[in-house]
Design a protein. Structure first.
Length: 353
């Protein structure tokens, strides 16, 4: 595979309330999946998708928006979903009341759902519901025929209700509205939360190396995820250890996340399935990173390189917990890869590949 690169070096003056900023390097690969189509959101697939998400179930009482985000594989005409009242899907309970359901999605014009993303918003009154996604070929949305996935989120809080990709014939999740995020559980001991399938770092106290991630999603939150890896000595960030992950998300929502980390070198990775960063169709997103409350990086809204699937930001944390307990100091520094900066300078290193 042919690869080319160009480096741009910028020096920025950092301000950090007595703290030294650190060096951040960003890396933009373009050899991964090409840009994908994003369809305009609709309540259900139609020949003429709307330009803004429609809200189904016109409320006669207080209702709560639930978003269903979808990324299809090569065969969207195998996929459909339903929302029913109660605990069981309609094919297991012939008395189930269907609140909303989709047809199978057309891969050809005018639908064009083949390897495309879509979202639907359903307003649900208080009660108990079951969401079920189905694949009539019993191979889910991933991974033999593409890299699809789905996520169901509670719009007001941004909490994830359900997610999946490789689910076989069908997958169901029962939840209550109003929705309350359950506590972290890892009953299958795979190192991931059972609901979100995300990784969370162990608690570190006192928190002397705090990474803040401030993310505002665009109008297709299902396309956005992030990962945080310890940095390895190779060029492949996945040779490190995954210590945190997040997403997919609800659309047009602000998330303020924070993690307490051990000293060391890390790589933050923001991924966008559609290869357009946080540049949306009608709503743009944004993100920043901060260290102990000091902003150290602001990501671009639209990625510079066509076909760019992810962005890397390299960080290094130097505070040793035991030393800080002994000295009582809480100094934060951002480091160059060749050594610690002795002045209050931050260097931004942009690389394109």
């Amino acid at each position: 595979m042919f690869k080319s690169s160009a480096l741009f070096l910028f020096t920025l003056l950092g301000k950090a309330l007595g703290q030294e900023p650190s060096v951040i390097s960003t890396y933009f690969p373009t050899s991964l999946p090409p840009p994908w189509q994003t369809n305009e959101p609709t309540v259900s697939p139609t020949a003429f998708p709307s330009t803004a998400p429609s809200i189904s179930s016109a409320p006669t009482e207080t209702c709560y928006n639930v978003e269903i985000g979808l990324i299809f594989d090569k065969y969207p005409d195998e996929t459909s979903w339903e929302l029913v009242k109660g605990r069981r899907p309609s094919f297991q309970n012939n008395k189930a009341v269907t609140v909303k359901e989709s047809p199978f999605y057309d891969p050809k014009p005018p639908g064009n759902y083949r390897e495309a993303s879509e979202k639907h918003i359903v307003c649900l009154p208080e009660g108990r519901y079951t969401f079920t996604i189905m694949d009539r070929e019993k191979d889910g949305l991933c991974c033999n025929e593409g890299e699809g996935r789905y996520v169901v989120t509670y719009q007001s809080t941004g909490d994830m209700i359900a997610q999946g990709a490789d689910f076989g014939e069908f997958e169901s999740t029962t939840f209550d509205v109003p929705y309350r995020q359950p506590n972290y559980k890892d009953n299958d001991a795979d190192g991931r939360d059972d609901t979100t399938k995300n990784v969370y770092p162990p608690l570190v106290y006192p928190c002397v190396n705090k990474l803040g991630i401030n993310l505002k999603t665009d109008d297709y939150g299902v396309e956005t995820t992030f990962e945080l890896w310890t940095r390895s000595n190779t060029q492949d960030y996945q040779d490190g250890t995954l210590v945190a992950s997040g997403g997919p998300y609800t659309s047009d929502h602000e998330y303020n996340l924070s993690y307490c980390l051990d000293p060391g070198k890390y790589t933050f990775v923001l991924l966008d399935w559609a290869c357009d960063g946080l540049s949306g169709v009608t709503i743009d997103g944004s993100y920043t990173l901060d260290v102990n409350g000091v902003e150290v990086y602001e990501g671009p809204r639209a990625w510079a390189a066509e076909g760019q699937y992810y962005e890397l930001v390299k960080l290094e944390f130097t505070n040793d917990i035991n030393d800080q307990l002994k000295s009582g100091s809480l100094e934060v520094r951002l480091n160059k890869e060749i050594g610690v900066l002795s002045m209050a300078l931050a260097t931004l290193w942009l690389g394109f590949k």
